[in-house]
Write a protein of this length. Sequence first.
Length: 271
Amino acid sequence: MTDPLHKDLLVLAHEAARRAGALLRDGRPADLAVAATKSSPIDVVTEMDIAAEKLITGLIAERRPDDGILGEEGGTTEGTSGVRWVIDPLDGTVNYLYGLPTWSVSIAAEQDGETVVGVVTAPMRGETFHAVLGGGAWATGAWDGERRLACRPAPPLDQALVSTGFNYVADVRTHQAEVARRLIPLLRDIRRGGSAAVDLCDLAAGRLDGYYERGLHAWDLAAGDLIAREAGALTGGRPGERPSGDLTVAGTPGVFEPLQRLLEDFGAWHD
């Protein structure tokens, strides 16, 4: 049985993601502009990232004023309830800026430091993914009702379809390109979607066999990591470590460990 608190957190996460997703989808101005940059001149923030985060954090503060919040665009507050929300109001900002459909709103809730609820909505794909710790991973989309998610059966590594992403700092992405060059001959192929949250959900939905990326933040992966694990995926960082900014690796059982070993051998976690 789902913990009543977790159920309440899931309902609020769904509402916040739905409302932010609608704002981003329907309110995107034709002359959308870059509002700021982050790690480099090509790592952008738009006015819509900021507006979506304000919508989400405002709703949470109204409904659960004692909770903490960690938001990508600075909407961060300490809380006293033991619950913290980890929010990426627009994951895939460059895709959104260019009018590409692979972007998402990612909202996770932690209780005493453990992620217990995750919701990722991809409005241009008409899909929403969610998970509660111990309750499996689920999605709604073009099909009827909710669908329980499960990873694909693990193929041999040379038949695995793996997604990744690239950092916006030039020397880091140069190293990442070299890692990808060495990996490609050992896999079926590599994809680069542009939203870590969507990649993790696609792994959960059986659309990918693996995923890895360097340089992610908590808001990039908190919800997607829970959804992938609840669908049967394994996730981690370097061997024996949790996902982190150094390295995030996720995959179906049977793909995760050999992919992680290769990434360690190739030094995917450092320059």
